[in-house]
Ligand binder design. Structure first.
Ligand code: NAP
Length: 504
């Protein structure tokens, strides 16, 4: 198996090694990095949890997970024999100081065996209530004293609101330097999301059009067809605004709206994103009523199956006021974007799963064609599809073949599947490799997280203080509540959905 000489010897300590995130995402990602030769010769994964397992039992468990969830399919015996000896398990309760002594001993033993001082990455794949105790115990046990070699990865959610996010940032800052802290928003690791920057800043033709003079409005829509399943216990404390808009959708907005960074370094890129968040218009309570819409799904049918409403899901509160749908109209008050609305929407149990950014351009200033030629005329649109289709489409007007002059909308398409034969890595593969390389570009800086919380707080507070009178207010397999249609229709637009046949 090839190894990577650019990545230093690395030990991954995965808190929550027996959990769902490690099973479905982290372990398959690390295995695929190994398979593709991205891992160094000297690497170790130490999984932890309270479950009683030994190294072999943990390896068996990961093998089953990787077989089930890896994008590269079932593991080959020879590759597994190369990978498995790098995997260890240590039973530990994160609240117990003695556990950290044992981690220290494991790490020391590997250092001696390898004859070198490796980088150590502590990955916190545990419930957020454990983030502070783990960070504090790592520091108290002197396991994270060297900022050059030790890093801490924090999963989402980063805080429950602005105050708790600030508190967590403060606590982390007591024990770690910012360059050691990797706050994950896995959306930022997706190929199509990374491509937004490549597309915007490596093509000269876009920049002159990328502003209020040519762009009429922007839509960012992340829809899911599934309900909350058995996560209602957690989801009821969160909701669509916290779970999706505060992080993933606002990060997408930043990528669309940011100014060109001076270079592609972590701080430059993140500075430009923070600029966007700081320029975004704040909401007064009246603005919230005007510009933000919430919804909750009712029982219904999806693809011939009867499905429960949110309040009937397992562990859900039957009177829950939690939104499973949110749509918000934002403005970025700066020279580039003044007056251009950004409509963001997300929700569960909607008609289709899709993440799409649509940039709608203004109409041509003057039509030279007769009315009948332009019956099907649409505005130019740039449609960036993140999932499940991975593509960028530019919708233009063209003459339909025939003797008369009839205009039609046609798509110029860049489609990943048709363009490249290599399979794209999963977001977690990119992010884990970046963590090993010490590249924070695709991770959230502390001030970025706080700026995003600041922006959504008035909406959260207003919704918390006003119990919704009409929940549930949208049916399964729909596109959300009628009020979301009205939000955008008031400005003369409608939500854009990529046709199903768009994917070839
Ligand atoms: P999970 O399946 O409930 O796993 C929780 C893990 O924490 C288990 O490995 C559990 O191990 C361990 N744990 C709990 N209490 C512990 C203690 N006192 N000491 C030591 N270990 C303890 O949770 P998850 O879904 O993997 O989520 C983990 C984190 O990732 C959460 O912050 C979540 O928000 C975030 N996240 C998850 C996903 C996902 O797809 N699952 C996606 C995005 C973000 P034992 O049971 O063996 O003790």
């Amino acid at each position: 198996m090839n190894t990577n000489k650019n990545v230093p010897p690395t030990i991954f300590v995965i808190f929550g090694g027996t959990g769902d995130l490690n099973s479905r995402k982290l372990a398959p990602a690390l295995y695929n990095l190994f398979l593709d030769g991205w891992l160094p010769e000297q690497f170790a994964i130490i999984g932890t949890g309270r479950s009683e397992l030994n190294d072999d039992a943990f390896r068996e468990r990961l093998l089953g997970d990787i077989n089930e969830f890896s994008r590269t399919g079932k593991v080959k015996a020879k590759t597994w024999d190369g990978f498995a000896p790098h995997v260890y398990y240590q039973q530990a309760d994160v609240k117990t100081a003695a556990s950290y002594k044992e981690f220290g001993q494991r790490i020391k033993a590997l250092e001696q065996e390898w004859g070198t001082m490796p980088n150590v990455i502590y990955y916190l794949a545990v419930a957020p209530e454990f983030f502070p105790v783990i960070a504090t115990n790592l520091a108290k046990s002197d396991l994270a004293t060297d900022p050059e070699r030790t890093r801490i990865v924090i999963e989402k959610p980063f805080g429950h609101d602005l105050d708790t996010a600030r508190e967590l940032n403060r606590l982390l800052a007591q024990h770690f330097e910012e360059r050691q802290i990797y706050r994950i928003d896995h959306y930022l690791g997706k190929e199509t999301v990374q491509n937004i920057m490549a597309f915007r800043f490596a093509n000269a033709i876009l920049e002159p059009l990328w502003n209020r003079n040519y762009i009429e409005h922007v839509q960012i829509s992340v829809t899911e067809d599934i309900g909350v399943g058995d996560r209602a216990g957690y989801y009821d404390t969160s909701g669509a605004l916290r779970d999706m808009i505060q992080n993933h959708l606002l990060q997408l907005l930043c990528l669309v709206a940011m100014e060109p960074p001076v270079d592609f370094t972590a701080d430059e890129v993140r500075n430009r994103k923070v600029d966007v968040l700081r320029a975004m218009r704040r909401f007064s309570p009246d603005d919230v009523r005007e510009s933000a819409v919430r919804g909750q799904y009712a029982p219904g049918w999806m693809q011939g199956q009867e499905v429960p409403g949110y309040r009937e899901e397992k562990n859900a509160n039957p009177q829950s006021n939690t939104e499973t749908f949110a749509a918000v109209k934002f403005f970025v008050d700066n020279w580039r974007w003044q007056g251009v609305p950004f409509y963001l929407r997300t929700g569960k149990r909607l008609h289709r799963k899709a993440s799409v950014i649509t940039i709608q351009f203004k109409e041509p200033p003057h039509f030279i064609f007769p009315r009948e030629a332009t019956e099907n005329l649409r505005h130019n649109r740039l449609v960036i599809s993140i999932q499940p289709e991975e593509s960028i489409r530019l919708q233009m007007q063209a003459k339909r073949p025939g003797v008369d002059m009839l205009l039609n909308t046609v798509d110029m398409v860049f489609d990943y599947e048709g363009t490249y034969t290599v399979e794209a890595p999963e977001a977690y593969e990119t992010l884990l490799l970046d963590t090993m390389l010490g590249d924070q570009t695709l991770f959230m800086r502390g001030d970025q997280v706080e700026a995003a919380w600041e922006l959504v707080m008035p909406i959260l507070t207003s919704w918390q203080n006003r119990t919704s009178q009409n929940f549930p207010n949208y049916s399964a397999d729909s596109w959300g509540p009628e009020s979301a249609e009205a939000l955008i229709a008031r400005d003369g637009f409608h939500w854009f959905t990529l046709p199903l046949h768009a994917k070839k």
